[in-house]
Write a protein that binds this ligand. Structure first.
Ligand SMILES: [Zn+2]
Length: 748
């Protein structure tokens, strides 16, 4: 680890981050300018900074000369504390309210955290900025509370009595490592018994009734009161809130303010790391047994149809071609074709097949070409091979994909410490999709301790409309949500779906974000049933309907004791900044989020609320942002809640352990320490939708308490000193929000 050089780099190129402001972005010209001399903007920044330092020094000198200077009777003490806090660990920040209570005048700062205060004497502008921050956070909390996404304990699956079937495996080695086992340790794997899944006899149709409100959002009516059990903000309120945040975030002063806070956080981290890296290593070395390889890590963002690597898929195709050439696999052009016939029509034999002919790797020719990337899902560029091998709903009922999936599960189980949350599609094109998917999962017994599921909903209304699958947007939402409401009200209606849903943790919204769309403040948006034109609704509109229907669904499920879901969409990979704002309001956490580097204020909000970001730098590198420009490490240093994920191993990975590959590349590029990697792994578990009882096993039984009290180094391998730094830094930022907003109240 070469701390000096990375620090040098940081100081030599302060200009890099300054570029977060301009929208021209990553042009080579800007870069070359930056290397030779400072632009006016940078010049001003440096000059401002110099001025401040001088003013600060003058102030300190004045105080020293006068001994006790006017306003503060602890001038010297303050001075010493200040120096002390700059180079030391943050020790203890009293809550600012405590400070105000102890008769500090508004304006005379609480001395202990002078270091963190943005201004010596708070101006009304500053108070105003903090008010805005607080307003945005409050808005988000309202949306999260309504949809039961905020508090882990709102989800029945996180309660102690929640039953998980099949249960987590006992800590023994799997069959393959038989020779590693102690005598008597080995137990035969239990086969999954369908009758053991928790079922429910409750038919809640006599208690609740389903209907749509005037926005075409589902409402669950309690029959005894005649009132809905929950209500989401209306489409209009949502867009008003969205516009409010969008306006604030594009305001000059608040952008500079947030930018400075983020810079401060990063600089503070550098200082912390410089001084405590040795101590951290010492503590983690002292911790027995645990290391990066045996801390739990969850792949928080990975697509099921690309979860195997290419070599795996290639081997599987060859194997099928050799062993089952005469199996009928597809119905094309009016006749049934066997696998051999399919390959004959492609003029290929098993021997010809190689990774090169498969051609599914995406890192050379897909940059800024999402359209090309989508074609990479076709083996050898042939959609019929994708249909045969990578679809769940095909002529062979997804048999091949189920087999490959099982093999992937087996690899994961053998690795023991790697988990994945696979994203699988429900398109909303037809009403029976849920039924088919659940049947596929259950019939093929695709259950594993190492796997949970997310449902990805592609934003393809325009396509379905063109093909005549749907007449309006509302129909997609009906296809997507009605089966879920029905099975929640009466699980016996579709036991497969009820069982599958126990392993589903949330919903995702997917597609190419860089497609142009109409701006959110354009005009009034119609309710879903009136969206019947040929145009695709914007990202924010999709998110609203997913969110609003989820409010009702979650409240119903929670009332009946079934697990609830969260929204974890793809967001901020490319495209409009508004995506990140709509996700800020409506979602639990997001995938990607790299566009946050352009939005200091929104980034600061994501920091303050610790919204999870599942970043995939290798995927970004192939599609939207080269590795060296990826903001991942900067996010990490600032203390955003980031985890590493693979996105599409089929297109981006070379090895059998894609998640480790992702960590490994990041570790080498960014020079991550063992502690950094373990912290990332810990973040991934926290972001994941695993049941609390399992998270307790992986992170320590008090993990929900957060901070040092919630850390168990024997499980996480993250030293308390690191956790304390993160926690105190965050608490001190949050208490500034409280402090400054409370000043305004006092004035009133
Ligand atoms: Zn993805």
């Amino acid at each position: 680890m070469n701390v000096a050089s990375s620090d040098d780099e940081h100081y030599l190129l302060p200009v890099d981050d300054e570029h977060q402001y301009d929208d021209l972005d990553d042009g080579m010209l800007a870069l070359s300018l930056a290397l030779t001399h400072f632009s006016t903007q940078e010049d001003r920044y440096i000059r401002d900074h110099d001025l401040k330092v001088r003013a600060f020094e003058a102030l300190q000198d004045g105080k020293d000369k006068n001994g006790n200077s006017g306003t503060n009777s602890h001038g010297k003490l303050l001075h010493r504390l200040r120096r002390h806090s700059v180079i030391d660990l943050p020790t203890h920040h009293p809550h600012p309210l405590v400070a105000t209570r102890s008769k500090h005048l508004p304006g005379s700062q609480p001395s202990e955290y002078t270091n963190a205060l943005p201004e010596e004497y708070p101006s009304s502008e500053l108070v105003d900025l903090y008010e805005k921050v607080k307003m945005c956070l409050d808005m988000r909390h309202k949306y999260m509370d309504l949809s039961l996404q905020r508090c882990e304990l709102d989800n029945p699956k996180n309660h102690d009595k929640w039953e998980i079937y099949p249960p987590p495996p006992k800590p023994t080695y799997k069959l393959k490592n038989k020779f590693n086992q102690l005598p008597g340790q080995h137990t035969e794997e239990d086969d999954i018994d369908m009758n053991k899944f928790p079922m429910s006899d409750v038919n809640a149709n006599d208690r609740f009734e389903l209907r749509h409100n005037d926005q075409d959002v589902y409402e669950v009516i309690d029959k005894t009161t005649g009132e809905p059990i929950s209500s989401a903000p209306s489409l209009k309120e949502y867009y008003t809130d969205l516009n409010k945040i969008a306006r604030i975030s594009s305001d000059g002063p608040i952008k500079s303010f947030a930018f400075k806070r983020l810079e401060y956080l990063e600089t503070k981290w550098n200082m912390y790391y410089l001084l405590n890296d040795f101590e951290e290593n010492k503590q983690s070395k002292r911790n027995p047994h645990r290391d990066f390889y045996n801390v739990r890590k969850v792949d928080t963002h990975i697509h099921h149809s690309a979860c195997m690597n290419q070599k795996h898929l290639l081997r599987f195709i060859k194997y099928k071609l050799k062993t089952k050439p005469n199996e009928q696999v597809i119905f094309r052009d009016g006749k049934l074709l066997t696998l051999e016939e399919v390959f004959d029509s492609l003029k290929l034999t098993a021997y010809d097949l190689s990774i090169d002919t498969l051609d599914m790797h995406a890192h050379t020719d897909t940059f800024h070409r999402f359209d090309k990337f989508n074609l990479k899902y076709n083996p050898i560029g042939e959609s019929r091979l994708r249909e045969i091998f990578l679809k769940t709903d095909n002529f062979i009922n997804g048999k091949y994909l189920a087999e490959i999936t099982k093999q992937v599960f087996e690899d994961l189980e053998n690795s023991k410490y790697q988990m994945t949350e696979l994203r699988i599609s429900i398109y909303g094109r037809s009403y029976d999709e849920w039924d088919k998917l659940a049947r596929w999962i259950v019939n093929n017994k695709l259950f594993s301790h190492n796997v949970r599921w997310l449902i990805q909903v592609p934003r393809l209304y325009d396509l379905y409309k063109k093909n005549g699958n749907v007449t309006n947007f509302h129909q997609i939402m009906v296809n997507l949500f009605e089966p879920l409401f029905k099975v929640t009200l009466d699980p016996k209606l579709n036991p497969n779906l009820h069982i599958f849903l126990q392993r589903v943790v949330g919903f995702d919204s997917v597609d190419d974000e860089s497609k142009p769309e109409r701006p959110i403040n354009a005009k009034h948006f119609p309710p879903a049933s009136e969206w019947d034109g040929s145009k695709n609704p914007p990202y924010s509109y999709y998110l609203y309907y997913l969110y609003a229907d989820l409010v009702s669904l979650n409240n119903l499920r929670s009332a009946l004791g079934y697990n609830t879901f969260v929204l974890r969409p793809h967001c901020g990979e490319a495209g409009d900044p508004e995506h990140l704002i709509s996700a800020f309001l409506t979602t639990h956490s997001i995938s990607h989020g790299i566009r946050l580097r352009k939005l200091p204020f929104v980034q600061y909000l994501y920091y303050l609320d610790q919204i999870g970001l599942a970043v995939s730098p290798l995927s970004n590198n192939a599609l939207f942002l080269t590795y060296d420009k990826n903001p991942f490490f900067s996010f990490f240093k600032r203390g955003l809640n980031v985890s590493l994920s693979t996105d599409d191993p089929l297109q981006f990975s070379y090895t059998k352990e894609p998640l480790i590959e992702e960590y490994s590349v990041a570790a080498q590029i960014y020079k991550l320490s063992g502690v950094d990697m373990c912290e990332l792994a810990m973040n991934s578990v926290k972001q994941s939708g695993y049941e609390a009882s399992i998270k307790k096993h992986w992170l320590g039984k008090n993990y929900m308490r957060g901070g040092v009290a919630g850390n168990d180094i024997e499980k996480t391998n993250v030293p308390d000193i690191r956790i304390r730094y993160r926690d105190e830094t965050l608490q001190s930022e949050l208490s500034l929000v409280e402090y400054y907003t409370s000043l305004n109240k006092e004035r009133i």
